[in-house]
Design a protein around this ligand. Structure first.
Ligand code: PMP
Length: 359
């Protein structure tokens, strides 16, 4: 067996210790005589896994009793519709900040439900920066303000939030658990699991309890946040194995020292890679340095006719999935929590060597 360094943006690398633990429990989970995949979701065993996942996530992010943790299906893209469907009830519009491909997709879907007020956009800067928050066109009578603090494709990240009384709804799919956040500043947080949490198939949602009252009885039952909360995310069969893996990832993260400890490592990893890119005349990163993502690092080669060779040689060197998103090309290294510093060092060494040979 030879594991490579996997820079995929998602589904992304999982901690090896988690995969090994899942492997050791695969045939017989804690003496149950079956794997987690084969148990009733209503069994005491699975209920204990669900409770553990919620408790660990709550500890890792310091989630107060004012919030409900939900495990939702359909991917983060489903939430692009589910959020306006639940939260716009009783309002005429919603505010959206447009900072890249994922915010734009959220805007497109929300428009099917309500009037969307785009409060600011960096589209004209080719999504390489974040609009100045003091110039946002906020409407304080809207249902909420939606934003995406880490744009996975563009590699743009921000940590400050705009000043507003509106509930802030944040798509944290590619940054959750990578850095400290103050959950109390948000109305709702959601994140597809397949980057920093676990396998695809579950979306982590943290919703302020007062917002649950907005879910109308006319919604499809499985879409209603209020209904999901009332049924402990078990209106129907939840993605049990994905939730179990998420619990193992949370356990691993606690053993690393939690979000604060992993954030230190993430800062060091990102700094090493950006410093190298900035020191080179061959590689470049197009993002405003104030808003460079710690998780997704896009870069381009000075000569794009070398792209295919770069991908081929990097794969041969055990560095997997460095091609940029199909919509933008170039390269992208996703360096989520499970990517060790050694993987980033191996990438930098390869990039230096490639430049010396072909630059
Ligand atoms: N939001 C962000 C920030 C993402 O990176 C992604 C997926 N890469 C999505 C939403 C969509 O997630 P899903 O594929 O789970 O629908």
């Amino acid at each position: 067996m030879s594991r490579v360094y996997n820079f995929c943006s998602g589904p992304a690398a999982l901690p090896e210790a988690v995969l090994k633990k899942a492997q050791s429990e695969m045939l017989d989970w804690h003496g149950a005589g079956v794997s987690v995949m084969e148990m009733s979701h209503r069994s005491d065993e699975f209920m204990s896994i669900l409770a553990s996942a919620k408790a660990r996530l709550s500890r890792l992010l310091n989630v107060s009793d004012d919030y409900e943790i939900l495990f939702v299906q359909g991917g983060a893209s489903t939430l692009f519709s589910q959020i306006p469907a639940n939260l716009v009830n009783g309002f005429d519009s919603a505010c959206y900040l447009d900072t890249g491909a994922w915010s734009s997709k959220a805007i497109k879907e929300a428009k099917r439900y309500t009037k969307v007020n785009v409060v600011g956009s960096s589209k004209e800067q080719n999504y390489s920066t974040v609009p100045d928050f003091s110039s946002l066109n906020l409407d304080e009578s809207a249902a909420y303000l939606h934003l995406c603090p880490n744009e996975t494709i563009g590699g743009v990240e921000f940590s400050d939030l705009p000043e507003t009384q509106l509930p802030i709804v944040a798509d944290l799919s590619s940054t959750i658990l990578s850095r400290k956040i103050d959950v109390s500043k948000y109305g709702m947080i959601y994140a597809g699991a397949q980057k920093n949490v676990g396998p695809a198939g579950v979306v982590i949602c943290i919703v302020r309890k007062d917002l649950l009252a907005r879910s109308s009885d006319d919604l499809p039952s499985v879409w209603s946040f209020a209904n999901l909360a009332a049924n402990d995310s078990m209106i129907n069969t939840p993605p049990t194995f994905a939730i179990y893996l998420a619990d193992l990832v949370f356990e691993w993260l606690e053993a690393q020292g939690g979000v604060e400890a992993i954030e230190e490592i993430n800062i060091r990893k990102a700094k090493a890679l950006y410093d190298f890119i900035d020191s080179s005349a061959f590689y470049s990163n197009p993002v405003d340095p104030a808003f460079r993502s710690r998780m997704n690092v896009p870069f381009i080669l000075a000569d794009d006719s070398l792209d295919a060779l770069f991908i081929r040689e990097s794969e041969e060197a055990g560095l997997r999935t460095l091609a940029g998103h199909r919509s933008v090309g170039g390269m992208r290294a996703s360096i989520y929590n499970a990517m060790p510093m050694e993987g980033v060092v191996a990438l930098i060494d390869f990039m230096r060597d490639f430049e010396e040979r072909h630059g």
